[in-house]
Design a protein around this ligand. Structure first.
Ligand SMILES: NC(=O)c1ccc[n+]([C@@H]2O[C@H](COP(=O)([O-])OP(=O)(O)OC[C@H]3O[C@@H](n4cnc5c(N)ncnc54)[C@H](O)[C@@H]3O)[C@@H](O)[C@H]2O)c1
Length: 437
């Protein structure tokens, strides 16, 4: 099948590469020229395990290419997937300007019948509107249909999640569109759930928001555990064996981040309010997450007289391990608070430093300072205090004793519960984590 993919971010690029891997002929489109140049050299603009190798192989074998020339890419594509961003607007609603831009470009470019598939996470009713919009601006007399095919991959395991997805959701009322999408996914051999466009749109939000709710629920249980002297990890283990609950997403910590859960909870909440309905559970997930993200900072603030001039090691910046994505990472909020309190930060992340540096190069730091470290040891040497924000393997591998050896005062605030409190105590580390005595 001749497939064009609009947007080469985590969703667009990974989907495009996996379609090529399955034998389809793929052209990936992005407005970012630098990204396209990088990809043509076989370099992935995002960090995802296994992606670069697949990009190179499929490019060499002629199944995938990258371009900024959208008109050429869309002109005779049989199927066009839209995988551009749908970020959060200040009022919490989803910003559909990128989707609208692609819809317009498609309308002006297509010269043969084609199916447009929205992979981006979009509010209910968007597929209907995009179809109408494309038809309104169509330049040529061709037949266009729009179908929904929401994406469920997780960053850090995006390639595996796409090749071995738990299910493919297809949202369309058209038999022809369903047939085409089934053909595209046929080589993946995955379960397919075929529903209406509106149901598909809501499935995506309902799934993400349920997971966000699960995380916030465990974080509240963790906070209660701290008050009553229980251990949230033991509680999670005891709960997780119940298959009705499941083991995943029961880890307490400093809350969820990334480009999806924060914006998708707010977008669903916004949609419900627009319809005059209050989604109390989703609101609760949002509120808990907001306070949870700064709990560690508050604990440290209560313990110390001042952060001013303290060498503060920051281990982990990205919102989770396995990705270079910093969007809505809990580390960012904490770093702002620490800088405002005058701390001197020594930051280390195995892949996130580059993006973080770019973000901060445009900001004026009035109080405190930031030093970038190539390894954890450099960040921890003679540090007065340490915060762990991401559970990278490279950070988990630091032995408890090392904190005592490297730091001036072995005072550690762990937002991801990566150590056993007992091991840290034995190693002479004053250790604070989430939901554990
Ligand atoms: N990141 C995830 O884990 C994930 C998972 C499931 C669903 N989603 C959803 O998928 C969508 C994309 O997310 P992402 O994280 O991949 O986004 P992203 O920000 O990483 O990438 C979006 C890309 O689209 C490009 N773009 C913007 N306008 C364009 C245009 N007119 N033509 C071509 N390209 C254009 C941008 O330059 C960028 O490279 C969002 O709706 C998101 O909610 C994301």
């Amino acid at each position: 099948m001749r497939i064009a993919v609009a947007g080469t971010g985590y969703v667009g690029l990974v989907s495009g590469v996996c379609f090529a891997e399955m034998g389809h002929e793929v052209i990936c489109v992005d407005t970012d020229q630098e990204k396209i140049r990088t990809m043509k050299k076989g370099i992935s603009p995002i960090y995802e395990d296994g992606l670069e190798e697949m990009m190179r192989r499929n490019y060499m074998e002629g199944r995938i290419d990258y371009t900024t020339d959208y008109a050429a890419a869309y002109r005779n594509a049989q199927v066009i997937f839209i995988g551009v961003g749908t970020p959060e607007r200040p009022d919490g609603s989803a910003d559909l300007s990128y989707v609208t831009q692609v819809a317009r470009q498609i309308a002006e470019s297509v010269e043969s019948d084609c199916l447009v598939v929205i992979k981006s996470t979009v509010p209910v009713g968007t597929n209907d509107k995009v179809e109408q919009y494309i038809k309104d601006f169509l330049k040529n007399d061709v037949h266009i249909e729009v179908a929904s095919n929401p994406e469920f991959l997780s960053q850090g395991t995006a390639v595996r999640d796409t090749l071995k997805a738990r299910r493919i959701v297809i949202g369309t009322n058209s038999k022809g569109a369903e047939k085409l999408l089934r053909e595209i996914y046929e080589p993946f051999h995955l379960p397919i759930v075929s529903v209406t466009r509106r149901s598909a749109e809501i499935i995506k939000y309902a799934a993400n928001d349920f997971l966000a709710l699960k995380i916030s629920y465990m974080n509240e249980i963790a906070n209660l555990c701290e008050l009553v002297g229980a251990n949230v990890q033991d509680v999670a283990e005891g709960m997780g064996y119940d298959t009705r609950i499941g083991k995943d997403f029961l880890k307490a910590g400093i809350g969820y981040g990334g480009s999806c859960f924060p914006k998708d909870t707010k977008a669903l909440d916004f949609l419900a309010r627009q319809k005059g309905y209050m989604l109390k559970t989703v609101r609760a997930a949002i509120e808990v997450n907001e306070t949870q993200s700064v709990r560690l900072f508050e604990k440290a603030q209560n313990r110390l007289l001042s952060f001013r001039g303290l060498k503060t090691a920051i281990l982990g910046l990205t919102f989770k391990p396995g990705t270079d994505d910093l969007r809505a990472a809990p580390s960012l909020k904490n770093i702002e608070l620490l800088l405002n309190a005058g701390a001197d930060l020594y930051v280390y992340d195995p892949v996130g430093c580059k993006g973080f540096k770019q973000k901060y190069s445009q900001k004026k730091i009035e109080k405190g300072s930031i030093t970038y470290c190539d390894d954890a040891e450099f960040a921890l040497r003679d540090a007065n205090i340490c915060f762990i924000f991401t559970e990278w393997k490279e950070i988990k591998e630091i032995m408890p004793e090392q904190y005592g050896i490297w730091m001036k005062n072995a005072l550690v605030y762990d937002g991801r519960n990566i150590y056993s409190p007992e091991d840290m105590r034995k190693a002479g580390v004053e250790y604070y984590s989430i939901g554990r005595p």
